[in-house]
Design a protein around this ligand. Sequence first.
Ligand SMILES: NC(=O)c1ccc[n+]([C@@H]2O[C@H](COP(=O)([O-])OP(=O)(O)OC[C@H]3O[C@@H](n4cnc5c(N)ncnc54)[C@H](OP(=O)(O)O)[C@@H]3O)[C@@H](O)[C@H]2O)c1
Length: 213
Amino acid sequence: MSKTALVTGASRGIGLETTRRFILNHDDITTVVMFARDSEDFDDNVAALESELPIGRKIVPYRVDVGDRSALKKAVKQAYDEVGNIDILINNAGYTNPVPLQQVKMADFEKTMNVNLYGPFTIVKTLLNRGNRFDLIVNIASTAGINGRSGWLTYSASKAAVINMSQVMREELSIYGTRVVCLSPAAPRPHCAARSRRRRIPARSCSPSTSLR
Ligand SMILES: NC(=O)c1ccc[n+]([C@@H]2O[C@H](COP(=O)([O-])OP(=O)(O)OC[C@H]3O[C@@H](n4cnc5c(N)ncnc54)[C@H](OP(=O)(O)O)[C@@H]3O)[C@@H](O)[C@H]2O)c1
């Protein structure tokens, strides 16, 4: 059966690569809805992806700020009306502005929570209330949400909340057969990557505690 995915933060990085792999390498995923803010990068990457699309596959870009709750709700409803049930949701969009604790501005803390925590929650709640049934929800957190990262208070707090929220989603949505996965990538560590290149070992084996979780 053909599946539809929605990926936030799909203009670059992990979100763009996830979209590319879904639409090019997964036979069962025929539609990917891409959420990101309006930008030339997004336009260019959508155009590049469209030029490689296999027959019968489509990408559906939406220009939306995940941190703007009313715009987000509107976009989610429009996407649902346009493509139907979202089977796979990848909550990937992320924002951070690392500063020392004394310099944290409340407006920036609120923006971080809006994009990293309330955005993913709003997408899930809006779709559930529309009658959507998910097969899989993937929330992207961070190792900063597990241990906290000095200088990254707002980001660490938002990602810790994402990890906890994912546990509750997993329990509450299991009755629908929905799998909820929370991934916590580690920030790249240049010295680790250089060492593994010299020794020809995979970077992830430098520290099991910082690998994907
Ligand atoms: N890469 C890492 O080392 C690492 C480590 C730990 C966790 N993570 C997490 O993994 C996720 C992806 O990271 P990445 O490295 O791929 O990041 P990235 O290359 O900086 O991309 C971030 C994505 O999020 C989108 N985004 C940011 N603010 C947004 C907003 N207000 N509304 C809509 N989209 C927004 C960006 O889109 P626009 O700016 O174009 O709107 C972009 O597509 C994030 O949640 C990040 O916290 C990454």
